[in-house]
Design a protein around this ligand. Structure first.
Ligand code: PLP
Length: 396
C-alpha cells in the first residue's frame, strides 16, 4: 500500500484565492501602531517561513519549547525564557508560578487559591488595563502608595509584587527600590514591559535591576506572531510557569497555549530584531513623520507635531490638531473619514486628560499617528488623504 502523506510539502498559499476579498474584509493602512485591534505587527517573510516550518513539522512540543527557550535566553542574556500565548499570558502564568511553584496540587486547584499565598501587591497608580491577566489566577490585588505601606502589606499571604514599567515615573517606589523590597522579604517581583521594546535594553535593564520575571509582547515591535509573548527571568519560576501552561491540560495557562509554529516564528523574529540597524529604522520612521507633517502643516488652522512617547510605543509619532472654527471636523469624524476611505486608514484618535499617565509620557489630545507599522510608500498615502480630508473641511 502507498503511504498517504498529508500536505507532505508543508502549507501553501491557497492558489488563486484572495481570502480577504472573498470574506469581504478590508485591508487597512496601519497608521496607528502595533495594536491588537489592527493585528499588531506584519510578520517578515523569514518569520512567516519559520512559522510555516513549525506548522508542517511534527515534534515533541516540550522538547521544542526547551530548545527555543534556551536559544532565546542566550540571545537576550537571561537565565531562562518561555514563549507564551501573549504578554498577558506571560503575566498569567508568571503569577501562577509565584503562587503554585511546582506543586501539582496547587497547579490543579488555581484559581481557587484557598490556603495559598494569594495576594499580589501593586502600587496604586500601577494598576492597568491588563492586570486582569494577573487577577485571573485567583489573587487579590493589594494597592499601596509608599515603600512603608508596601512593607506593612507584605505577609504570609503575599505571592508576588507587580510592577508596570510604563508607570515607573508616576509611582512613589522606583524599580530598584521595588526589587530590593522583594528580595528583602523573599517575594518574587514581576514587571510588565509588554510594549517597551524598543529599546531592547528595557528587558536587560529590568533583569539587571533585579526583577525575577519580565513579561513582554512578541507581536508588537519585535515583529513576531500576534499571539506570542515572552516570560523571562529566574529559571525556577520560569519552570513553574511552564507547568502552569500547555501542553499540560488541566492548568490555568491551557487556554493561552503557545504553539510550535509560534515558538519558531518568535525565535526568528527576535533574531531579526536583534540584527536590525535600529538607528536606520528610527531615521526611516522620522522620514515618514516628516512626509505627514509637511503635507498637513501647509493647511491653515492645522498643526502637526512630531512626538515620541517616552516609554511604551517609544518611536516617532505625529499628533495632528486643528482649529475646529476653521476646519469643520471633529476628531472622531476625521478618524471615520480615514477609515471609510480607499484605502482604509486606521489611526489612534484620543482624548487624553492632561493629568493622565498617557499625557505624562508624551501623548496628547489629537489625531495620533504611529508610523512604524506602515508599509513602505504608505506614509505618502496617509499624508495625501489627511491633507485632502482636512482641506475639504476648511471653511472658506
Ligand atoms: C500590549 C500590552 C499588554 C498586552 O500584550 P499582549 O502581548 O497583547 O498580551 C500588556 N501590558 C501592556 C502595558 C501593554 O502595552
Amino acid at each position: 500500500m502507498t503511504p498517504v502523506h498529508h500536505d507532505a510539502e508543508g502549507p501553501r498559499a491557497p492558489a488563486g484565492r484572495d481570502l480577504l476579498t472573498e470574506l469581504g474584509v478590508r485591508r487597512v493602512v496601519n497608521a496607528a501602531g502595533y495594536y491588537t485591534y489592527v493585528g499588531g505587527a506584519v510578520m517578515a517573510p523569514e518569520v512567516v517561513d519559520a512559522w510555516a516550518q513549525g506548522a508542517a513539522a511534527v515534534v515533541r512540543v516540550e522538547e521544542l519549547f526547551d530548545a527555543v527557550g534556551r536559544r532565546i535566553a542566550a540571545l537576550l542574556g537571561c537565565e531562562a525564557a518561555l514563549v507564551t500565548g501573549s504578554a498577558a499570558a506571560a503575566l498569567t502564568v508568571g503569577t501562577a508560578a509565584c503562587i503554585t511553584g511546582t506543586d501539582p496540587d496547587r497547579i490543579l486547584r488555581i484559581p481557587d487559591t484557598t490556603g495559598m499565598r494569594n495576594e499580589v501587591i501593586v502600587q496604586r497608580n500601577h494598576r492597568f488595563s491588563y492586570d486582569h491577566a494577573v487577577r485571573a489566577c485567583g489573587i487579590r490585588l493589594i494597592e499601596v502608595d509608599t515603600a512603608a505601606e508596601l512593607e506593612a502589606a507584605v505577609g504570609d499571604r503575599t505571592a508576588m509584587l507587580l510592577f508596570l514599567n510604563l508607570a515607573e515615573a508616576r509611582g512613589r517606589i522606583g524599580s530598584a527600590e521595588f526589587t530590593a523590597l522583594g528580595r528583602k522579604h523573599g517575594i518574587p517581583t514581576l514587571i510588565d514591559c509588554a510594549a517597551d521594546v524598543p529599546p531592547l535594553k528595557t528587558l536587560t535593564d529590568a533583569l539587571a535591576v533585579g526583577f525575577d520575571l519580565v513579561a513582554v509582547s512578541g507581536g508588537k515591535a519585535i515583529g513576531g506572531p500576534q499571539n506570542v509573548g515572552l516570560l523571562l527571568g529566574r529559571p525556577d519560576l520560569v519552570a513553574a510557569a511552564r507547568l502552569n501552561a500547555a501542553p499540560n491540560s488541566d492548568v490555568i495557562g491551557r487556554a493561552m497555549k503557545g504553539s510550535k509554529e509560534n515558538a519558531l516564528a518568535m525565535l526568528v523574529a527576535l533574531e531579526r530584531y536583534l540584527a536590525r540597524d535600529h538607528e536606520a529604522d528610527w531615521r526611516e520612521w522620522e522620514g515618514r513623520v516628516d512626509v505627514i507633517v509637511a503635507a498637513v502643516n501647509a493647511i491653515p488652522g492645522v498643526t502637526a507635531e512630531p512626538f515620541v512617547p517616552a516609554i511604551n510605543s517609544h518611536g516617532p509619532h505625529v499628533c495632528i490638531r486643528w482649529d475646529e472654527q476653521r476646519i469643520k471636523l471633529t476628531l472622531a469624524e476625521a478618524a471615520a473619514l480615514l477609515r471609510e476611505g480607499e484605502p482604509s486608514i486606521e489611526t489612534f484618535p484620543v482624548d487624553i486628560p492632561p493629568e493622565s499617565r498617557w499625557a505624562a509620557i508624551g501623548w496628547r489630545d489629537g489625531l495620533n499617528l504611529g508610523v512604524w507599522a506602515l508599509q513602505r510608500g504608505e506614509a505618502e498615502i496617509v499624508a495625501a488623504r489627511l491633507a485632502e480630508i482636512l482641506a475639504a473641511a476648511a471653511t472658506r
